[in-house]
Design a protein. Sequence first.
Length: 269
Amino acid sequence: MFGMAGVNLRLEDAMALRNTVGGPVLEPGSEGCEAECATYNLTCGLRPAVVVGASSELDVRAAVRFAVRHGLPVAVKSAAHQMVSSAQGGLLITAQRMGRISVDAQERTVRVEAGVRWSDVLPRTAEFGLAPIVGSAPNVGVVGNTLGGGQSPLLGRTLGYAADHVRWLSVVTADGELRRVTPQSERDLFWALLGGKGNFGVVTEIEFEVFPVERFYGGGLYFAGEYLAQVLEAWRAWLPTVREDMTSSMDIQRLPDTRRCPSRCAAPS
């Protein structure tokens, strides 16, 4: 038996799951599980009973159906940006193995799978003088960032949120079915998925618009926590003085000690 938080899965159940997915199936304490569950933000630690490293939409469907059969809650880690819970005693789906990207320069659209990060997309769109409504750090996951709305320090004030420019999403819902969700085909589900990080399904792929960008200026400033009050006041006073093409944001985090954290934890995600 293995599991935690009162959830126990039989070894034969785990073996059955391994036989239905192409990616790894990991349990707490097994080799690779800690790295698979690592998060950049220490307030969002993951403690699942079982982890499925999905390599395809078929793996996601199999994982969701397994979770439903065994009464397990489901959480998703694309690049550690999409999580809505600690996955305590549940099934965690990790998506970093799903990395397909397709750029249509003529239509100005990009299609990505759930494990793609903005750092994967930017070089591809830059070839055509295009850019997405990108997040605040290049290693942020595209799907997780977009499902949370997708505030952009580059184009946010002029073009809105990343979620405003999604064409469609592929989603595995709780019945294990894969759905192509558009404003026309699944209006309510499309609305529910974008902006709030609600757990309405596992998004495996999205298509979104990109925009012409030839030049931009940007960067980040980092301050120790004891200066937070002064920094917030200075930022509040500065914002009304800048033009509409200037976008900024504030992020408050407890950062990991990268000397001790697994390698994937060392980059913002």
